[in-house]
Design a protein around this ligand. Structure first.
Ligand code: 3EB
Length: 336
């Protein structure tokens, strides 16, 4: 039971930034919850608090670092890498598919393990998921690997009765293991949001695969200091349809428009007066020759100052060339 005077004691949440320091240098600080690094070859780092994604960085090499305002504990247990402070847990694993009969089974087993562990450790509220898997577009029709991934994830969520879907990103890399890492909260229940211009991914029609993707467009974690928004991977989709197939600039415009619409929608739902803009951006570009276009569009839409990390990654629909995710903070609004 939460005592009445405890309900205000929601801890400060977390801060996230990009850094040009090496993961090893960053991990020397006790206040680091986790470091995400980028670069070819997706394999276990063998270190808790450090995930490598296998996605090559385009441009200046940076890693992502999450700082905690309160004490961090961490460790490795049953091939799961965990770290936590009093409100958030980061939990993830690498999966070598050769240990399973197929991708769907590997994803089912991984998600079941992760969801169970979050509950065992008392961080039951799923907030955000990142999924990076090799050869995401390989396979035809329902056998396409992204669709098999969605099937395994959906079965695990059903099996674990995980009916609140978190914000998520699912991107392909060249080779190596699957890596999945999650953020979950202990006391604060996240709120999940959809985009009025996009059909909810969990309602996509049958043509996109045997089971629709299990994610929300954005999730918000709130405490007495404000609200933090975690934006899912966002692409050039209206309704359920891809717009501007194979046209990079066209897709970039629709994607940035989708982000604006979503942030406005969340602000109005939460009765926050000023709609925030993204403060930390990740741009996944299918073809590295589109990097210059991507940089120009990000500067135009979000301004020259906003930290942005450009990665080479494959988007889950063949015709899509770019996807964007990110984070921002909401100021105190009138409705609080
Ligand atoms: C989309 O809107 C683009 O399967 O977890 C974006 C974010 C996408 C997350 C996922 C997929 C996922 O459907 C693809």
């Amino acid at each position: 039971m939460v005592q009445p005077n405890q309900s205000l004691q929601i801890s400060p949440i977390i801060s996230c930034r990009y850094s040009s320091q090496t993961p090893d240098a960053l991990l020397k600080s006790d206040d680091v919850l986790t470091v995400i690094s980028f670069g070819q070859g997706c394999a276990p780092t063998k270190k808790s608090r450090h995930f490598n994604t296998g996605l090559p960085v385009l441009g200046k090499p940076l890693c992502e670092v999450w700082h905690s305002q309160t004490t961090v504990e961490h460790g490795i247990e049953d091939h799961c890498y965990w770290s936590s402070n009093e409100e958030l847990m980061c939990l993830g694993l690498w999966v070598n598919e050769r240990h399973y009969s197929d991708l769907k089974t590997a994803v089912f087993a991984s998600y079941t393990t992760l969801l169970q562990k979050l509950r065992d450790r008392n961080y039951p509220h799923l907030l955000r998921a990142w999924n990076y898997l090799p050869r995401i577009n390989h396979g035809d029709n329902d056998n396409e690997r992204y669709k098999q991934f969605c099937l395994g994830r959906h079965e695990a969520f059903s099996h674990c009765q995980q009916h609140h879907y978190p914000a998520a990103t699912a991107i392909g890399h060249g080779s190596g293991d699957i890596v999945i890492y999650l953020m979950a909260s202990r006391q604060t229940v996240p709120q999940h949001f959809e985009n009025p211009d996009q059909l909810s991914a969990f309602c996509y029609p049958r043509e996109y695969g045997p089971k629709s993707p299990s994610f929300a467009r954005a999730s918000v974690l709130q405490n007495q200091n404000g609200k933090q928004l975690y934006l899912s991977g966002t692409a050039s989709i209206h309704g359920h349809q891809s717009l501007h197939p194979n046209n990079f600039n066209g897709q970039m415009d629709v994607t940035c428009g989708n982000i604006n619409t979503l942030l406005q929608h969340v602000a109005s739902q939460l009765r926050v007066e000023t709609t925030p803009t993204l403060e930390l951006i990740k741009v996944y570009v299918r073809n590295r020759q589109d990097l210059n276009k991507a940089e120009a569009a990000i500067e135009q839409h979000f301004g020259p100052e906003v930290p942005a990390l450009f990665l080479q990654g494959d988007i889950c629909r063949q015709e899509l060339l770019v996807e964007i995710d990110g984070m921002c903070q909401f100021d105190h609004g009138t409705g609080q």
